[in-house]
Design a binder for this molecule. Structure first.
Ligand SMILES: Cc1cc2nc3c(=O)[nH]c(=O)nc-3n(C[C@H](O)[C@H](O)[C@H](O)COP(=O)(O)OP(=O)(O)OC[C@H]3O[C@@H](n4cnc5c(N)ncnc54)[C@H](O)[C@@H]3O)c2cc1C
Length: 433
């Protein structure tokens, strides 16, 4: 059989890894010049650096298993990470229950409620009850308007802009349960995982294994069309060339999948209901540290970015020519004017706001910078999302889907891309191979 995989991110690479060496010909198509998708690294400050800030949680079972399987466990480091919260001009520590108790923007009773809310959600098994209620509605009903207004509202607005109030409670449930499983000492201390040398190390290892097998990798190759006969896959067109295939796995977004084929009306409508936000990140190397905090949430609607991630408070600056690495991240619609701004304009806008948080920062001390954009970065999870959730199988024989939109109720992450890669390949093996 000829099997095609569209997309060389973590999901596509995992799928390839599971399907190689079974006596079939595998073709992996990636439109970019490099593999890795959102998890790719770039050359920056003398090292490979993930193009988006990156860590894993202790609960990320599938990626930890993959790291072990590929003998990379010695490179996986678990590190204690201080978190912060910027609110009305002040930075608050936001890592431990004690920090929460000291979080003065909320009345004391609300600080207790915020802590109890996380503990409660951690224990919830039946997430389906959160399907038809938004985070805003749930919080205002059960926890308090002030907690939404001060903490969660601003954070959600930074991630989903003016769509924040539409985000389903399942999204918050997914995030909080993953986060809690990453904590030690009864929830008081958080450790996050990083792969020495960036997650590119994992991607390169997968690429090498796949290359040495019966899989051909085509980079800079965009899949443009799916061709079928009698409702069965026949071939794909990539960069204008036809490749006969029996099976194809699409790891790209529903929006792209919609354009690849003239789908049956119902399925086409389902694909069309999916929405993604893009990501825009300014990466900088600077001469000094901004604070001791690794992840600083910015709860201010006027801020052009959602978080200040000081990567070198997580991984030593020695890896980056002793420079300090800062990511300023933002999720937004690709229609947003900010997404379309020139790199230098983004840098100036972000730096202007950053100087309000850290007035000692001098632009001259920024040694290098890079702006990174990705259009399909975060599925927008609205109420009753399971109604539009896509199966691995499509209505057309031989065409399968394994993409981020299928990760639910958890929030998307690399480990879940490994999980869907494992799941779709198991299904294909069971049904066809
Ligand atoms: C800002 C940001 C921070 C993040 N931080 C973390 C983190 O700390 N920890 C974590 O675990 N996860 C994090 N993630 C999420 C994680 O990066 C993703 O969940 C994961 O990498 C998705 O992998 P994927 O293979 O499913 O999708 P993708 O990486 O999107 O891969 C899809 C691939 O398909 C290719 N493609 C699309 N269309 C075509 C076509 N027509 N033909 C050929 N190729 C095509 C794309 O170029 C891409 O390479 C973060 C994401 C972002 C945006």
């Amino acid at each position: 059989m000829n099997i095609g995989i569209v997309g060389g991110g973590i999901a596509g690479l995992t799928t390839a890894l599971r399907l190689i060496n079974r006596g079939h010909r595998i073709f992996l198509f990636e439109k970019d010049e490099n593999l890795g998708g959102l998890a790719q690294a770039i050359d920056f400050s003398g090292a490979k650096l993930d193009k988006f800030y990156r860590h894993i949680f202790k609960s990320d079972k599938e990626i930890i298993e993959l790291i072990n399987e590929l003998n990379l466990q010695n490179k996986l480091k678990w590190i204690k990470t201080p978190m912060g919260f910027y609110y009305e001009g002040k930075i608050y520590n936001f890592s431990t229950p004690v920090d929460l108790l000291k979080f003065s923007p909320l009345p004391f009773i609300d600080r207790i409620k915020l802590g109890l809310m996380s503990l409660y959600l951690k224990g919830v098994k039946n997430w389906r009850k959160y399907e038809n209620i938004t985070i805003k509605e749930w919080m205002e009903k059960y926890v308090g308007k002030k907690i939404y207004d001060v903490v969660w509202g601003p954070l959600l607005r930074q991630k989903f802009g003016d769509r924040a109030d539409e985000i389903a409670m399942t999204f918050l449930y997914g995030r909080i349960s993953a986060r809690f499983k990453s904590r030690k000492k009864g929830g008081t201390e958080e450790v996050l995982g990083y792969l020495e040398g960036s997650y590119q190390v994992l991607i390169d290892k997968m690429e090498n294994i796949i290359k040495q097998s019966n899989c051909q990798i085509f980079k800079n190759t965009t899949v443009e069309k799916l061709i079928t006969e009698n409702n069965k896959l026949k071939a794909i067109i990539a960069n204008g060339k036809e490749y006969p295939l029996d099976i194809v796995i699409l790891t790209c977004s529903p929006d792209i999948i919609k354009k690849l084929y003239n789908w049956h009306k119902d399925f086409d409508e389902k694909l069309g209901k999916h929405e993604y936000f893009g990501a825009l990140t300014l990466i900088m190397s600077i001469k000094y540290s901004l604070s001791k905090i690794y992840w600083l949430n910015i709860a201010d609607e006027n801020s052009p970015f959602v978080a200040v991630v000081e990567h070198t408070n997580f991984i030593s600056k020695e890896n980056y020519n002793n420079n300090h690495i800062i990511y300023l991240g933002k999720y937004l619609s690709t229609e947003n004017i900010l997404y379309k701004m020139r790199d230098e304009e983004v840098k100036n806008l972000f730096l202007n706001y950053l100087k309000r948080i850290f007035p000692f920062l001098n632009e001259k001390d920024v040694l290098d910078y890079k702006v990174v954009r990705e259009p399909y970065a975060q599925p927008v999870v609205k109420k009753n999302y399971s109604e539009i959730l896509l199966d691995y199988k499509t209505p057309v024989q031989g065409i399968y889907i394994a993409n981020m939109s299928q990760i639910y109720p958890e929030d998307r992450g690399m480990s879940y891309s490994v999980k869907i890669g494992n799941a779709v390949s198991n299904l294909i093996i069971k049904e066809n191979l």
